[in-house]
Design a protein around this ligand. Structure first.
Ligand code: HEM
Length: 453
C-alpha cells in the first residue's frame, strides 16, 4: 500500500503549532510536502489535501464513499448530537432539505431589509472620532440577524438574555490559550464557575433552558404562523409522521445560531480591515458606482434597491477576496472514508480521514498568482471552480448559510461605508489568530470612524 508523505512530528508539538500558529502550521507542511500529506503512522492516517482535482474527487463522492466528522468531541458537547453537523446519510439529506428554503430565494431576500436596519441601528450608536472594537460591532450585527431569522423575535427579555449568553459563551474560547481546551479533552474539567470549562457548561445549561422555554411556549400556541426557522422545524414531520422532539429542535436551532454568526462576524471584520489597509480598494469601492455617500442610501420601501447592492460587482469581488485570503474555516469538516479508494496515485483504506485544506488551496500560486496580495480584481478577471475556491466547503455538506452570509457581508459593508469614513488605528499588518475552531482577526483590532461628507 502506498501512502502520501507522512509527518512524524510528535502529536503534542503538532497540536501546539496547530493551536497557536494555525496557518503557519499548514503552510510549512505544504512547502515541504506539497499537495497531499499524512499524519499518523497507521494504515488509516489523517490526510490534508490541497490539490483541486483530489478535492473534487472527495467532495463529489462524499455522499457515497465518506461519512462526515466534525471535530466530534467538542462540537457535539457544544451543539448536541442531533445537530445537522452530526447527522449522516438519509437523515442528513432530509434535514438539509427542510432547512434550505429559509436560506434561498424570496425568503432569503426578505432578510435584506432586516440586515440593513440592524447595521444602521448598531453603527448609529458608535461615537464619532473614537476608536471602536470592530469585531464586537460586527458580532452584534450578525447575532441580531441570526436570532431574528431563527426565532422571528427581536425584542424581549428572553431575546436579550439569549444574545448576551451566546456572546459570552463563544468569547470563552476567543483567545488561543483557552482555545487549547477544545483540543485537549483532559483540560475539559468542571472546576467551578471560575474555570473556563465550568463556565462553559453553566452558560450552556442557561441557553438550553431559554431555548426549551421558547419551544414550550410556541407549542402551546394553537397555530404556528411565523416565517421563522423555529416555526418551520416545528411543523416538520419525519417519514413516520412524528414531529421533532424538543431536544432535536434545540440542537438544530443552536447549530444555526452558532454557525450563523461567528463566521460572518469574523469575515466582516477582515473585510473592513482589507478595505482600509489597501486605500486603492476603498477608493475603487467608493467610486465606480459602488458605494457613495449618505444621500444615496437605498429606499427601504423597495426591496429591489437593497437587492441592487448585492449585484455590485466590485463589492462582491472584495467579499470573495476577503474569504479567499483568510478563510475563517481553514479546512472543511472531515471526510472519513468508508470504502477503499485510489486517489492521486495512492491507495487508501476505509477509516482514512481527509481534511480538504481550504486555506492551502486559496494560497496556491498556480491558481492565485501572488496569493498573499489582497486583489479583488482576480475575481473579476476569471472564474474559479468550486474546488479552487471553497470558503464555504463543498459537496453534500456545503455551508447552508452561504447565500445569507454573502448577502449579509455586502449589505453591512455598504451600510457602514455609505454612512462613515473609517480609519485603521495602526498601519501594522493584522495577523490571523485562532479563535475557537476558527481562525480570525485578533480581538484587539480597532478602527476610528468619522461621518461621511
Ligand atoms: C462567512 C460566513 C460563513 C463561512 C465562511 C462558513 C463556512 C462553512 C464551512 C467551511 C462549512 C463546512 C462545509 C464542508 O465541510 O464542506 C460550513 C457548514 C455549515 N454552515 Fe457555514 N459558514 C458561514 C456562515 C454560515 C451561516 C450564516 C449559517 C447559517 C445560518 C451557516 C450554517 C452552516 C451549517 C448548518 C453547516 C453544516 C452543513 C451540513 O453539515 O450539512 N454558516 N460553513
Amino acid at each position: 500500500m502506498t501512502l502520501p508523505p507522512t509527518i512524524s512530528t510528535p502529536r503534542f508539538l503538532r497540536l501546539f503549532k496547530f493551536i497557536f500558529y494555525p496557518l503557519d502550521y499548514l503552510e510549512d507542511y505544504y512547502q515541504k510536502y506539497g499537495d497531499i500529506f499524512a499524519f499518523g503512522q497507521s494504515e488509516t492516517p489523517f490526510i490534508y489535501i490541497s490539490n483541486p482535482k483530489g478535492i473534487q474527487e472527495i467532495l463529489t463522492k462524499d455522499k457515497t464513499h465518506f461519512k462526515t466528522g466534525a471535530a466530534a468531541g467538542f462540537l457535539s458537547t457544544l451543539l448536541g448530537n442531533n445537530s445537522l453537523l452530526f447527522l449522516q446519510g438519509e437523515k442528513h439529506q432530509r434535514e438539509r432539505k427542510l432547512l434550505t428554503p429559509p436560506f434561498h430565494g424570496e425568503r432569503l431576500q426578505s432578510y435584506a431589509k432586516l440586515i440593513y436596519c440592524i447595521s444602521d441601528e448598531v453603527t448609529e450608536k458608535l461615537e464619532i472620532n473614537r476608536a471602536f472594537n470592530v469585531r464586537e460591532v460586527m458580532q452584534e450585527i450578525t447575532l441580531k440577524v441570526i436570532l431574528q431569522a431563527v426565532f422571528g423575535i427581536a425584542e424581549g427579555e428572553r431575546y436579550q438574555q439569549l444574545k448576551d449568553l451566546l456572546k459570552s459563551w463563544l468569547s470563552l474560547f476567543e483567545d488561543p490559550i483557552n482555545a487549547a481546551i477544545i483540543f485537549f479533552p483532559f483540560l475539559q474539567k468542571d472546576w467551578g464557575n471560575w474555570s473556563p470549562w465550568g463556565r462553559f457548561l453553566r452558560i450552556k445549561s442557561e441557553i438550553k433552558q431559554l431555548i426549551f422555554t421558547e419551544i414550550k411556549e410556541r407549542r402551546q400556541q394553537e397555530n404556528y404562523t411565523g416565517k421563522d426557522i423555529l416555526t418551520l422545524l416545528m411543523l416538520a414531520k419525519d417519514e413516520a409522521g412524528n414531529p421533532m422532539s424538543d431536544q432535536e429542535l434545540h440542537d438544530e436551532l443552536l447549530t444555526l445560531l452558532i454557525a450563523g454568526h461567528e463566521t460572518t462576524a469574523s469575515s466582516l471584520t477582515w473585510a473592513l480591515y482589507w478595505i482600509h489597509y489597501c486605500p486603492e480598494v476603498e477608493e475603487k469601492l467608493r467610486t465606480a458606482k459602488q458605494i457613495s455617500s449618505r444621500s444615496h442610501l437605498p429606499n427601504l420601501d423597495n426591496n429591489s434597491d437593497l437587492l441592487e447592492i448585492i449585484k455590485l460587482s466590485y463589492l462582491d469581488a472584495v467579499c470573495s477576496e476577503t474569504l479567499r485570503i483568510y478563510p475563517v474555516i481553514v479546512a472543511t469538516f472531515l471526510r472519513i472514508l468508508q470504502t477503499p479508494l485510489e486517489l492521486m496515485g495512492y491507495q487508501f483504506k476505509p477509516g482514512t480521514v481527509f481534511a480538504p485544506a481550504i486555506y492551502l488551496v486559496h494560497h496556491r500560486e498556480d491558481i492565485y498568482p501572488n496569493p498573499k496580495q489582497f486583489r479583488p480584481e482576480r475575481f473579476l478577471e476569471r472564474q474559479f471552480s468550486p474546488y479552487e475556491y471553497l470558503p464555504f466547503g463543498g459537496g453534500s455538506r456545503r455551508c447552508i448559510g452561504m447565500e445569507l452570509a454573502k448577502m449579509e457581508m455586502k449589505i453591512v459593508l455598504f451600510t457602514i461605508l455609505s454612512k462613515y469614513q473609517l480609519q485603521l488605528c495602526s498601519s501594522r499588518p493584522l495577523k490571523p489568530v485562532r479563535r475557537g475552531l476558527t481562525v480570525a482577526p485578533p480581538n484587539s483590532f480597532k478602527m476610528i470612524l468619522s461621518q461621511n461628507s
